[in-house]
Design a protein around this ligand. Structure first.
Ligand code: ADE
Length: 224
């Protein structure tokens, strides 16, 4: 997996890159890079955005600036790029991110994530350069950076070899192994605390009964 994030704030991602599973993803050969459209803007003084036609508050990311940034990175017209590479804009009104979408993205060889700022993107960026628009929830963030981190975090941890063997993503909330339901409860030592006991079955060492108990607990928790 090779993730490129187009952001006006690449330094935000320094912390993200250091997180254990992200660092491990990089070690096993995946890549995660940030591209600052300000570095390739054709406009003077590093300008990247402009006031909206028709008036209104805020600034809008310019289509010529995004085109220059995508061309500089990939060496092709961004209109054709999206046929070979999954280019995604992060916007509050996009398709809501869920586990199925994360799995779909994790199956791609590469992702390009575009972060908006201020009032967002000139609509022509979304229409002509992007394959999809994704939202991490129906609220408005100051920009797409945190959303790009959420998407990247969820995608990277699904890739083989990224989580340690103790942290498998196979049997977790929303996975097919749990029929798409939420995860069963976990307990660890002490087996009893203030009279709160761990369910006996988990201490039984009986793997099949434990598997059954967990599946039933997950089903119960997932009832609407
Ligand atoms: N950019 C601003 N708000 C966002 C959201 N909720 N999801 C994705 N990108 C965003």
């Amino acid at each position: 997996m090779n993730i490129d994030v187009f952001t006006l704030f690449p330094a935000w991602f320094d912390w993200f890159r250091e997180q254990r599973h992200v660092a491990r993803a990089l070690e096993v050969g995946h890549s995660f890079e940030c591209i600052d459209p300000r570095a390739s803007t054709p406009l003077k003084w590093g300008q990247v955005d402009d006031t909206p036609f028709g008036g209104g508050a805020g600034m809008v990311l310019r289509v010529d600036v995004m085109e220059a940034a995508l061309r500089a990175r990939y060496g092709v017209d961004p209109v054709t790029l999206r046929a070979t590479r999954r280019v995604i804009a992060l916007v509050p009104g996009g398709r809501l991110l869920d586990d199925a979408l994360v799995s779909e993205l994790a199956a791609e060889p590469s992702l390009t994530l575009l972060c908006g700022r201020y009032e967002g993107f000139d609509e022509r960026i979304l229409e002509h350069f992007c394959c999809d628009q994704i939202s991490i929830g129906r609220y408005v963030l100051a920009g797409g950076e945190l959303a790009a981190m959420v998407v990247s975090d969820a995608v990277l941890r699904k890739l083989p070899g990224v989580l340690g063997k103790d942290e498998s993503a196979v049997e977790e909330s929303f996975s097919p192994a749990l029929e798409g339901g939420v995860e069963y409860p976990h307990y660890t030592r002490p087996a009893e605390w203030r009279g709160w006991a761990v369910p006996d079955v988990l201490l039984s060492g009986h793997h099949e009964r434990i598997r059954q108990w967990r599946l039933e607990a997950s089903r119960r928790r997932s009832l609407p």
